[in-house]
Design a protein around this ligand. Sequence first.
Ligand code: ADP
Ligand code: MG
Length: 253
Amino acid sequence: MAEPVLDAKNITKSFGRHVVLHDMSLCVERGELISIIGPSGCGKSTFLRCLNFLEIPDSGSIRVEDVEIQKASGQGWNRAQEHRAHALRAHVGMVFQSFNLFAHRTVLDNVMLAPRSVKGQAHKEIEPQARALLAKVGLDGMAERYPATLSGGQQQRAAIARALAMKPAVMLYDEPTSALDPELAEEVLQVMRTLDDEGMTQIVVTHDMRFARAASDRVLYVEKGQIVESGESETLFSAPEDPRTRRFLRTLL
Ligand code: ADP
Ligand code: MG
């Protein structure tokens, strides 16, 4: 079997005395679409942020492609590790609930910014790529617009194009549709389905159970900073094994 794209082992994280993640592990095969579900405050965002070291875990190891970072508990965070984290983040695209586009830049500039500044690519090389990405997410004709003139769904699709511009090996989404009306959310989910069809590896924290069930290969149910259950999506929704998963799914009915 091919090597997993992302392998996170035994991730723990506390804020002060509050243990938020207890020993969470996740191994992701190339091309998988994984949904992470669970009650508010259970640690979904913190876990996702740990996967690209936006949040530094207290202990555990994470490998993405050829970059591996180990964190022993009690050990500080040094410049060498930050350097590795930077290399790891280059393989990971991240999309947030609130889009986080640069308001004073056009959509095209938003998409070109990272390849230009981080990878130092020439403008004439990246502009056609950026325009192609905008077309892929259904935003052809919107390149010269400013984010504030777009709908939320369009802004989120621009944010996805911006993340894709770095050619990530894996995309992370933290509630990408929670701020959107249903029909705008659907446009965003459609882009994610298309990326899945093309073989992109994606991990999505979502409250959209219909999407989690229909589009994911695998679903993780998280409660109190632990992966309670992980399984093939249809199985987890139709025949959850853990009583905690059953209870959570019942509350959604
Ligand atoms: P979820 O995304 O599942 O709603 P979070 O990962 O945002 O949960 O939060 C998990 C827990 O960690 C919550 O109790 C939250 O209050 C706490 N938390 C998250 N970020 C911080 C932080 N920067 N400082 C202190 N506590 C935090
Ligand atoms: Mg969250």
